[in-house]
Design a protein around this ligand. Structure first.
Ligand SMILES: *[C@@H]1O[C@H](CO)[C@@H](O)[C@H](O)[C@H]1NC(C)=O
Length: 224
């Protein structure tokens, strides 16, 4: 079915591209399934933009956070950081980080909290098989907003959500001033198919259920 749809919509594309696109995007092969935080949440259809964004956020463990740098005189600076939105199969969509002021990212945020988190489906072993990570069918997401310290009253919950996926953080040296930060989404830009990226609003992002597509499929299979 994917092949027919792909062929009908993108008949003008080169054959090689079609073949790549017709592969089930990240079918739950053994490699991919073992890599996912929640194998029960299959990859959403590429047309489900907000759901795809939520799926990427939940299944990935790290990304690149870009800030307006201090040490480079305002030039964009990207840093690899870990993130989590909740325990496996319990996504919240919240973007939580553990950062220290000893590192450039948190220093940049002190001056200007504007930041972008970038995620690639390519980090999931077994996903994007046979296509270059820059190929549009290998999903990528950039989320922009203010990256700020989590206030005291929210710390217990934020710690629970973040440390459930990054247990080693509990043991990071107390003297190294790690603090929990949250990226408050202003906008998100997703590319997961040909035809250009799609912007996702915070409301659509939080309304989407990364598990619902899979549950609907399961229901259909049960009913059949
Ligand atoms: C932070 O950077 C953004 C993007 O360049 C800019 O719009 C905003 O005015 C800056 N804020 C401050 C406090 O400098």
């Amino acid at each position: 079915m994917t092949m027919t749809l792909g062929a009908a919509l993108f008949a003008c594309l080169a054959l090689a591209t079609l073949v790549a696109a017709a592969q089930p995007p990240a079918g739950l092969g053994t490699t991919l399934a073992s890599e996912l935080a929640c194998p029960e949440f299959p990859r959403p259809a590429y047309t489900e933009y907000a759901r795809m964004a939520r799926w990427l956020v939940h299944q990935t463990d790290w990304g690149v956070v870009s800030t307006l740098s201090r040490h480079l005189g305002g030039a964009p600076f990207g840093n690899v950081v870990s993130h989590a939105d909740g325990p496996p199969c319990r996504p919240t969509g919240r973007l939580l980080f553990y950062l220290t002021i000893m590192d450039a990212t948190a220093q940049d945020l002190q001056r200007n909290a504007t930041a972008t988190l970038t995620l690639s489906e390519g980090q999931l072993a077994g996903a994007c098989q046979g296509v270059d990570p820059e190929d549009p069918t290998c999903a990528k997401l950039s989320i922009t907003g203010r990256l700020e310290l989590v206030p005291k009253e929210g710390l217990e919950e934020a710690r629970r959500l973040l440390f459930s996926r990054h247990p080693q953080m509990r043991d990071w040296p107390a003297g190294h001033t790690f603090r929990i930060y949250e990226l408050h989404i202003a906008t998100a830009r997703l590319l997961d198919w040909y035809g250009g990226p799609h912007d996702i609003s915070p409301a659509d992002y939080f309304a989407a259920d990364p598990g619902a597509a899979g549950l609907a499929q399961e229901q259909a299979a049960t009913d059949a």
